[in-house]
Design a protein around this ligand. Structure first.
Ligand code: ADP
Length: 331
C-alpha cells in the first residue's frame, strides 16, 4: 500500500480540494483509494465528499466512511467534532494514533493524507510512524504562501520523505469566452519553489468555479477549467507510485480492424473491442451512472497521453475516459 501526504504549510491554498480531486482521479485510474483527513481541528473532507456509507466501529477498529468508492476517515466523524457524527471521539491525541493504526481499510492500493496546515505535532507523528511513499506540496502563486510551503518541504526533507513535486493551485483564471488568462494572485511562486528545491512542478491548477461549487455542495469534485491539468498531475504521480514503472508504460497502440485495437503495456499485449472499452469508460460521469454504449462503436482517433494513458475518440458516445494500464488490465 502506497501512502502519499499532501501538505502546504498554509491553510486556504486548496490542500483539501487537491486531495479530494486527486483521490477521485486516482480512483478513475484504477487505484483503490483511501483518504485521511488529518486536519483534526478543521476537518473539511466530510463536507466536500458526502458519505454514501457512514463509518462504524468494529472490534475496536474504525471502519472508514465511503463516498463515491473512496474510503474516508476524518475527525468530523467523531461525535466531539460534529453533532451528527456516529463514532465516539477518542482523546484528541488518540485520534491520530487511531488514524495511523486503528483503521480497518478494505484492501486499499493508495492512501492520501490531507495534512493540517503548518508543521506541527500531527505532521511529525504521521511522518515518523507511517511509511510514507512520497509528499506533494501545494502552494498558491503569491509570496506569502510560498514562504510557508518552504517550511513544509524542509520538514519532508528532514524526515527523509521523498517530495514527488509541487502543485501551484489557483494559478490563474481563464476567461471561457476569450481564453485569456488572468493571474489574479500573482505569478511564478510554484515555479520558483520547484527550482529552489529541485523538485518537479507537477502543474498549475487554474481557478475552477465548478470545482469549488461541487465541493461546497459535498458532491465530490467535478472539473471544468481544472480538469486537464489535474488529470495530467494524477497520471504523472501514478507513474511515480508504481514499483515497476516500465510496466505502466503504454508502448504501442495499433488499430487492428474497425472494432478492435491491440495495446502493448510493458511485457503484455492485449486485444480489445472498442465497445468493451467504451462500456468500461473510467470517466467520472460513466462511473456514476450507466451510459449506454453502441456494440458497433469504432474510433475516429486514438491519442497516447504521456505514455501512461490512452484516450479513444469514439465515433459515438462518451470519449472522456483515460485508459491507463490499471484500467486496461481490468477489462
Ligand atoms: P485548504 O485545505 O488548503 O485549507 P481548501 O481546499 O479548503 O484549502 O480550499 C479553500 C477554498 O478555496 C475552498 O472553498 C475551495 O473550494 C476553494 N478552491 C481551492 N482550489 C480551487 C480552485 N482551483 N478553483 C476554485 N476554487 C478553489
Amino acid at each position: 500500500m502506497k501512502i502519499v501526504v499532501i501538505g502546504s504549510g498554509k491553510g486556504g491554498v486548496g490542500k483539501s480540494t487537491i486531495s479530494v480531486s486527486l483521490a477521485l482521479l486516482f480512483k478513475m485510474l484504477g487505484f483503490k483509494v483511501g483518504l485521511i483527513d488529518a486536519d483534526i481541528y478543521g476537518p473539511s473532507l466530510k463536507g466536500m465528499l458526502s458519505p454514501d456509507i457512514l463509518p462504524r466501529e468494529e472490534e475496536g477498529l474504525l471502519v472508514p466512511a465511503s463516498s463515491k468508492g473512496i474510503q474516508v476517515i476524518s475527525a468530523a466523524y467523531f461525535s466531539k467534532f460534529d453533532k451528527g457524527a456516529p463514532v465516539r471521539a477518542p482523546l484528541i491525541n488518540g485520534i491520530i494514533e487511531q488514524f495511523i493504526s486503528g483503521v480497518k481499510w478494505d484492501n486499499r492500493d493508495l492512501i492520501i493524507i490531507d495534512l493540517p496546515p503548518g508543521t506541527g505535532d500531527i505532521h511529525l507523528t504521521i511522518l515518523q510512524k507511517m511509511s510514507i511513499t512520497g509528499a506533494i506540496a501545494i502552494t498558491t502563486p503569491q509570496k506569502i504562501a510560498t514562504l510557508d510551503v518552504e517550511k513544509a518541504i524542509y520538514l519532508f526533507q528532514n524526515m527523509k520523505v521523498p517530495v514527488l513535486g509541487i502543485i501551484e493551485n489557483m494559478s490563474f483564471y481563464q476567461d471561457p469566452l476569450t481564453g485569456e488568462k488572468h493571474r489574479v494572485f500573482g505569478e511564478g511562486g510554484g515555479r520558483e519553489i520547484a527550482k529552489k528545491f529541485n523538485i518537479p512542478l507537477l502543474g498549475e491548477v487554474p481557478l475552477d468555479p465548478l470545482l469549488m461549487e461541487t465541493l461546497d455542495q459535498g458532491g465530490g469534485a467535478k472539473f471544468s477549467l481544472s480538469g486537464e491539468v489535474l488529470w495530467k498531475i494524477a497520471i504523472e504521480i501514478s507513474s511515480k507510485l508504481c514499483d515497476h514503472e516500465e510496466e505502466l508504460k503504454i508502448l504501442e497502440v495499433k488499430k487492428t480492424g474497425l472494432h478492435h485495437v491491440e495495446i502493448q503495456c510493458g511485457g503484455k499485449k492485449g486485444q480489445y473491442r472498442f465497445s468493451d472499452l467504451q462500456e468500461r469508460c473510467p470517466c467520472a460521469r460513466c462511473l456514476e451512472k450507466d451510459v449506454p454504449t453502441d456494440p458497433n462503436v469504432s474510433v475516429r482517433n486514438i491519442e497516447i497521453l504521456g505514455n501512461y494513458a490512452v484516450q479513444f475518440h469514439f465515433t459515438s458516445g462518451c470519449s472522456q475516459g483515460l485508459y491507463t494500464w490499471l484500467v486496461l488490465n481490468d477489462i
